[in-house]
Design a protein around this ligand. Structure first.
Ligand SMILES: Nc1nc2c(ncn2[C@@H]2O[C@H](COP(=O)(O)OP(=O)(O)O)[C@@H](O)[C@H]2O)c(=O)[nH]1
Ligand SMILES: [Mg+2]
Length: 312
């Protein structure tokens, strides 16, 4: 059986292999993805972002456990996009907890990005992995990204439902405001509700939410959780489900999917046309242009205009 068919029929080893092929940007992976495209579009994508240490990994683990304990449990996949070294405490602890609590349930699939998807770009690689998991029949895909770099924030933003995590004691509320994280939140989560200061953090964020709420048709809820003991997790799951229904009813889901497609196509077009353009330059004209810009003879715009003029 071909790889795409194996993935579609839920074979775990085939799925793992496809994800590795995607990470390595291999043609075989691209071929399988092309075959699988018609089987995508069913999963609900949930982005989970926030500063390091807010408890994203533990929360994702706890949320998954909760979803799997429901009467009709969805199949859940987790993609962890964590550019921090695997040797930092948080990531290791998060992974260990996951391994211990979630292993053995065939309805759960967990994948950490082995590298930063250096070959294909982080956003592109993640988006393709999500497509593979979608085609493999996971109906909820949780995407954990550190809310620090623009690429990571963009990955979360591309999801249908975006959770932004906060925790007391990091000077965090202000940080999130600065980073513009609040604006992309469909659900705001104040985790570590057991710690002193959690209520104050929630109050600060509620005020900020009110002040900044511009989206007319969805009032971003604030949910307090304790990811360690699971308090607030059922409420969080309910809020995600409500947002999912809201998107379906308002046509927001279609809009988000379309935006994702447009983004992916424009990225591809950009890479393809750039490669083709560079390949068409004769006698190192492109490299020469770079040197002239470096030497301040031309501005980047002048250099590109000149190259375009000479090659048309
Ligand atoms: N007190 C408390 N600690 C938590 C809670 N959730 C996570 N933590 C701890 O916060 C640290 C960072 O958690 P982790 O999930 O790795 O954070 P991440 O970097 O956002 O993925 C770990 O030591 C967790 O045990 C919580 O609800 N309450
Ligand atoms: Mg983590």
């Amino acid at each position: 059986m071909k790889l795409a068919e194996q993935v579609r029929s839920g074979e775990i080893l085939a799925l793992s292999r496809l994800l590795t092929l995607i990470e390595n940007d291999s043609p075989e992976g691209q071929e399988a993805l092309a075959e699988l495209h018609a089987s995508t579009g069913r999963a609900h994508l949930v982005g989970v972002t926030g500063a390091p240490g807010t408890g994203k990994s533990v929360l994702v683990n706890r949320l998954t456990q909760h979803l799997r304990s429901l009467e009709n449990p969805p199949r859940v996949a987790i993609v962890a996009v964590d550019p921090t070294s695997p040797f930092t405490g948080g990531a290791i602890l998060g992974d260990r907890i996951r391994m211990r609590d979630l292993s053995g349930d065939p309805g759960i699939f967990i994948r950490s990005m082995a590298n930063r998807g250096a070959l294909g770009g982080l956003a592109r690689t993640t988006s393709r992995m999500v497509d593979a998991l979608d085609a493999a029949g996971y109906s909820i895909i949780l995407i954990e990204t550190v809310g620090t770099g623009q690429a990571e924030v963009d990955i979360a933003r591309a999801a249908h439902t975006v959770l932004v995590l906060e925790a007391p004691g990091l000077g965090d509320a202000i940080q999130a405001l600065k980073a513009g994280l609040l604006e992309i939140a469909d659900i705001l989560v104040v985790n570590k509700s057991d710690l002193p200061g959690a209520k104050r953090t929630a109050r600060t964020l509620r005020a900020a939410l009110k002040a900044g709420s511009s989206e007319a048709d969805w009032n971003t809820p604030l949910v307090m959780t304790n990811a360690l003991d699971g308090e607030g997790i059922p409420e969080l799951a309910a809020a995600i489900s409500e947002h999912q229904i809201h998107l379906r009813q308002t046509g927001g889901r279609g809009e988000k999917d379309r935006a994702r497609v447009i983004g992916e196509m424009e990225r591809l077009l950009l890479y393809r046309l750039t490669d083709r353009f560079k390949a068409a330059q004769i006698d190192g004209a492109y490299e020469r242009a770079i040197e002239r810009v470096v030497d301040r003879e031309l501005s980047p715009l002048q250099a590109i205009n000149e190259l375009l003029k000479n090659s048309s």
